[in-house]
Design a protein around this ligand. Structure first.
Ligand code: LLP
Length: 438
């Protein structure tokens, strides 16, 4: 069994997380259920932060809340001294509701609306990561009319292909995100930002991709950006205070994945930034990073009740659970792979191979292909590991399936932090026709 964080098998032979028996959790909160191991989140946050401290670099570790945003999660992020990356009015609203310190909120997005920018200006957040000229112009107009100055980073695309799944690449030049570094757009944006009275240009941002297992991409990104910064320093006498290298640090979904320890990515990034700064006689900027998946991914486990099964003779056996692509769309969307065990008997010998199907009305709703399991029984509880990032946050109501609740476990205690949606929630925004349209 693949093990994460505080996971262990207890005296009853059940899977335990955060000192809490998962069979009890399922009985108490129902299934499907997202369970988060808070100690593991804290450990990851500290590993990132402590590495920066050890290396003596001023830094911000901003939690990319798109991975999993809820008020309680943002409270934990704040407790751990993290900053916060939000990408929409909704994520910002959640951060404000969680009373997250506004000066540590960074606002991303390639198409922020005027309302969203106004919301960010009203809240006086730490910085806006400007993605394109449309936004730069709109933000400048807003600041001028409000007679305010806003701290900004410019998001640049350094033209690096990170080693990952194509769908989640965001760092190539041919990307919807950011100002091209090589094609002159980044320099034009820099000039515009420097000439305007509306911006306090803190620095540059880039994000080269997701689920990255080596440091080469980050080192290359630093080299490319620093080369431009040196050039711009000569031309415009500007050198940024902040260099933000985004997120994307890989995690272990299955035994095929071999991620580096969080601190290792940080060490390599810092080493390269220091080297480039030293070689060019420049000061070392603050280094910011934005981990999402690597903070919460491995901390999340989804519990499902096992239901129907179907044998296709000489082909395979399907075993269906009470959730699926509505609570985890990643297998269907990215062909993502997961490991799982029966939480009520994780150590029992595997005797057959089954494929785990969801309950949605779609053939593509498969969670795991070819999973070895003990002979399935009617009260089995399936624990799918590593669902903490982009699981709940990408959950949906396909087939009008209510989204599952979220429970935090730590030191033997379980706390419900997101309620299960009800059928009434599902029709909350529906409006009954009062007049026939025909
Ligand atoms: N910063 C920026 C600007 C980003 O665009 C992202 C992710 C992150 C930070 C956090 O990346 P992480 O450390 O979580 O890899 N839904 C996809 C992932 C999309 C990631 C988008 N941006 C998935 O389920 O794999």
């Amino acid at each position: 069994m693949i093990e994460y964080g505080t996971m262990k098998v207890n005296g009853k032979g059940h899977l335990e997380i955060g000192g809490v028996d998962t069979v009890d959790l399922a009985a108490r909160f129902g299934t499907p259920l997202y369970v988060y191991d808070i100690a593991l989140i804290r450990q990851r946050a500290r590993a990132f932060k402590e590495t920066f401290q050890t290396l003596g670099v001023t830094a911000q570790v901003a939690y990319a809340s798109k991975a999993f945003s809820s008020i309680a999660m943002l409270q934990i992020a704040n407790e751990e001294g993290l900053s916060l990356d939000v990408v929409s009015g909704g994520e910002l609203y959640t951060a404000l509701a969680a009373e997250f310190p506004v000066e540590k909120i960074h606002f991303h997005g390639n198409n922020k609306s005027r309302e969203e920018l106004e919301m960010a200006l009203d809240a006086n957040i730490g910085c806006i990561v400007v993605d394109n000229f449309y936004e730069l112009d709109m933000l400048e107009r807003l600041c001028r009319s409000r007679k305010c100055k806003v701290p900004v980073l410019l998001r640049v695309t350094p033209g690096i292909e990170a080693h990952t799944h194509d769908y989640i690449l965001t760092g190539q030049e041919d990307s919807k995100f950011g100002f091209g570094l090589q094609n002159g757009q980044a320099e034009a944006a820099l000039k515009q930002a420097l000439q305007s009275n509306s911006f306090e240009l803190l620095g540059m941002h880039c994000h080269i991709g997701s689920q990255i297992f080596e440091t080469t991409g980050f080192v290359l990104a630093v080299q490319k950006i620093m080369a431009k910064l040196v050039e711009w320093n000569h031309k415009y006498h500007y050198f940024p205070e902040v260099l933000n290298l985004g997120g994307g640090f890989g995690i272990r979904y299955t035994n095929e994945d071999h991620p580096l320890p969080p601190g290792y990515y940080v060490e390599e990034i810092v080493k390269e930034v220091k080297k480039q700064a030293r070689d060019n006689g420049l000061k070392v900027p603050e280094i910011w990073i934005e981990p999402g998946r690597s903070l919460v991914g491995e901390a999340g486990t989804t519990l499902y009740s096992v239901g129907s099964s179907k044998e296709v003779p000489n082909v395979r056996k399907y075993l269906a659970v009470d959730g699926g692509m509505s609570d985890n769309i990643r297998p269907a969307l990215y062909d993502a792979k997961y490991e799982a065990v029966f939480a009520n008997r994780p150590l029992e010998k595997c005797e057959e191979t089954v494929s785990i199907a969801g309950k949605c009305c779609e053939s593509g709703d498969m969670l795991i292909w070819d999973l070895p399991v003990p002979k399935p029984e009617s009260d089995d509880l399936l624990a799918v590991f590593c669902t903490g990032a982009y699981g709940y946050s990408m959950a949906n109501n396909y087939n009008r399936i209510p989204r599952p609740p979220v429970v935090f476990v730590e030191s033997g205690r379980a706390e419900l932090v997101v309620k299960r949606e009800t059928y009434a929630d599902l029709i909350r925004n529906d409006i009954r026709l009062r007049v026939s349209l025909t």
